[in-house]
Design a protein around this ligand. Structure first.
Ligand SMILES: C[S@@+](CC[C@H](N)C(=O)[O-])C[C@H]1O[C@@H](n2cnc3c(N)ncnc32)[C@H](O)[C@@H]1O
Length: 639
């Protein structure tokens, strides 16, 4: 047996090393970001910044902004897998982020179920994790812990590169992987950079938590590492004295009622005397590594009542703002850049916003991004922020990695063919060769598939409808990733006149997640139907009225809840208007949404007054109770 030279303590897991004994490298992918929405920013400010920026369906983030709010910095909420997102941030943000807090999932799958509320009464529906989500989740984050380490170690390496020289990482875990994560962190950040661990004792054991023959879990651990020990930012924060402490120590008082404690000092001559430390001048107890004064978000009884104000968003693994507040106060200052790449319901970002830090947040989940956007909007004087994704670039990357990339024409054609065949298979359809605009067939329906890097256009749909009509085919399903903002219902009507029943279906993001695709359990939902009326008012005024909204995926809603839904508007959670859409980024000009406290949703926007007459494209965006958005464009002439 060969002798193995073991020279250090190390945790290994499958996939850590290549076959030749070298370390597996982090796949660093740098893709451009698309700015898909801006919030709380005026058109004039945006346009001023946009000079020289390339036109397209979405604006591409050019990273030219300054690094202070005064120099035009905008906070960022990014929808996508953090591995690609962090890789893509490196070019502009390597060595720039002062504090990163992450609270990654650990194999419980809890984040896939969520409680959504419907309508004015706030009926709760719980969307349970589907089998496929559960499988995808376990494969990615580890039913066994080994894949968790493969995933996390690459992400932690990227985090290290993103941290500034004065920066700190806080990694929130619990007993399940915490003990194993520590040696991995030592390896990536260096043992000497460890700043210890926080035990967050979040609540006292209650009857409900007692299960099995083991002690009741009532704490999490948070590991802290500096990018460079000694350079890292650190501020002592104080917690108020307990009543008992005051009673035990501040037991003296001046006759005017001021309480003090005695601090004994010895002078140079060795003579002891005491100084008075007054209670009203004392800062409290410096925070230690055990935090037992912050309860879990859901320990707040208000969490369980709809219609009451609390920080609860309904996100199952939401952490309390107090916890993040303390972390941000210890390791960052106003104006610093703070990030959370597993942001969930956006707790870190909400706290960063309130404390005047700059922030970047990222999450994979559509629902998480939606909740976070609403949560931020609810903060008084929330500064402008933008919502980004890697959109078509992520899809191009996926297409290249999955089906091969080539400048050589026959190979490129083969890779396109394979892409089409893959989507057709997921949709349960067969390829049909030799057609100009039709790619496959399912039952009696012909299928057209949009490309990964361009929205499906009206002209493209028209051509497919015409080909169907010519071939006397009566049904057409168009599957697309993105859509030219347009008049879908009119397209459906026009196709009907040509004898073709037209269905427009969304290709879901999960198609790119291998485990989901392998299982073949991917849902293609029909685009929701949205009807709105644009009313012209006097003196350059306009107002939008929502008239109808139909979501096709109501089968996700339990029957008893569906029975109680009274109106079409109950399915709407949020809607917004861009008064002057320029075919790039959606600029939120007016918005209304439901909160847990206030379930009412107006169906008429506030009136909007244009500065001058002209032709404008108004874009109306509706987000349903599942976080899916539907947009409709209206071309209007304002006089
Ligand atoms: C435990 S939750 C975070 C909760 C958060 N701290 C809060 O207070 O709401 C973990 C989050 O990580 C997200 N997530 C999991 N894998 C991810 C990935 N590869 N990229 C980005 N986000 C991911 C999940 O969607 C989930 O929202």
């Amino acid at each position: 047996m060969p002798k193995i030279d073991i020279t250090r303590t190390e945790l290994v897991w499958p996939g850590k090393y290549n076959e030749d004994g070298t370390r597996t490298e982090v796949a660093k992918v740098s893709l451009p970001f698309q700015v898909i929405e801006t919030v709380n920013e005026s058109r004039a400010t945006r346009e001023a910044k946009k000079e020289g920026v390339q036109e397209g369906l979405f604006e591409v983030y050019d990273g030219k902004e300054g690094d202070t709010f005064a120099k035009g910095w905008q906070n960022k909420l990014i929808w996508g897998d953090n591995l690609l997102v962090m890789g893509s941030l490196l070019e502009k943000f390597a060595g720039k982020i002062d504090l990163i807090y992450i609270d990654p999932p650990f194999a419980t799958g809890a984040d896939f179920s969520f409680t959504a509320e419907i309508g004015d009464q706030g009926l709760e529906i719980e969307k349970q994790q589907s089998l496929i989500e559960e499988k995808a989740y376990r494969d990615m984050w580890g039913g066994d812990r080994s894949s968790w380490f493969a995933m996390m170690s690459h992400r932690l390496s990227l985090i290290r590169e993103l941290l500034s020289p004065v920066g700190t990482i806080y990694l929130h875990l619990d007993w399940y992987v915490g003990h194993h994560a520590r040696p991995v962190l030592d390896e990536i950040f260096g043992e000497d950079n460890s700043l210890g661990e926080i035990v967050w004792a979040y609540g006292s054991p209650s009857g409900g938590r007692v299960s099995g023959a083991k002690l009741v879990k009532s704490h999490d651990v948070i590991f802290i590492y500096a990018r460079e020990h000694g350079k890292h930012k650190y501020k002592v924060v104080y917690r108020p004295y307990s009543e008992k402490y005051i009673k035990d120590w501040f037991k003296f008082d001046d006759n005017d009622g001021r309480r003090y404690r005695k601090r004994w000092r010895r002078d140079e001559r060795g003579v002891s005397d005491f100084e008075k430390q007054y209670l009203d001048e004392s800062r409290g107890v410096p925070a230690s590594t055990v935090w037992s004064d912050i309860q879990q978000a859901y320990a707040d009884p208000r969490a369980y009542k709809a219609g009451v104000s609390s920080e609860i968003t309904g996100f199952p693994t939401q952490k309390p703002e107090k916890l993040l507040q303390r972390i941000l106060e210890i390791s960052s200052e106003p104006g610093d850049l703070v990030a959370d790449f597993f942001c969930g319901s956006g707790t870190t970002l909400a706290v960063a916003e309130k404390l005047g830090r700059r922030w970047i947040g990222c999450d994979l989940g559509r629902w998480a991004i939606h909740l976070t956007r609403k949560r931020l909007l609810g903060i008084e004087n929330c500064k402008a922020f933008e919502v980004l994704n890697l959109g078509k670039y992520e899809r191009q990357y996926w297409q290249g990695v999955t089906f091969g990339e080539s400048k050589d024409k026959p190979l490129a054609e083969r890779s396109l063919y394979e892409y089409l065949a893959f989507i057709l298979k997921l949709y349960g359809a067969q390829p049909v060769p030799g057609m100009a605009n039709l790619h496959g067939k399912r039952g009696k329906a012909m299928i057209h598939i949009g490309s990964v890097d361009a929205p499906v256009t009206i002209a493209e749909i028209d051509a497919a409808v015409d080909e169907c009509a010519k071939l006397k085919q009566v049904e057409l399903h168009v599957l697309g990733w993105e859509w030219e903002m347009g008049l879908y219902d009119l397209m459906v009507e026009a196709a009907k006149k040509k004898g073709v029943k037209l269905l427009l279906l969304q290709i879901p993001r999960e198609v790119m997640e291998q485990q989901a695709a392998d299982k073949g359990d991917v849902h293609f939902f029909e685009l929701a139907y949205l009807e709105a009326e644009i009313k012209k008012l006097k003196k350059l005024g306009t107002q939008v009225f929502l008239k109808d909204f139909v979501i096709p995926n109501t089968d996700l809603i339990p029957d008893e809840v569906r029975g109680k839904v009274k109106k079409w508007s109950d399915y709407i959670d949020y809607w917004a208007v861009d008064w002057d859409f320029r075919n790039d980024t959606f600029m939120q000009g007016w918005v209304a949404y439901r909160t847990r406290k206030d379930r009412k949703l107006p169906l008429a926007s506030d009136p909007h007054t244009y500065e001058q007459a002209g032709k404008y494209r108004i874009l109306v965006k509706v987000i349903d109770i599942f976080g899916n958005d539907t947009t409709q464009a209206f071309d209007e002439e304002v006089k």
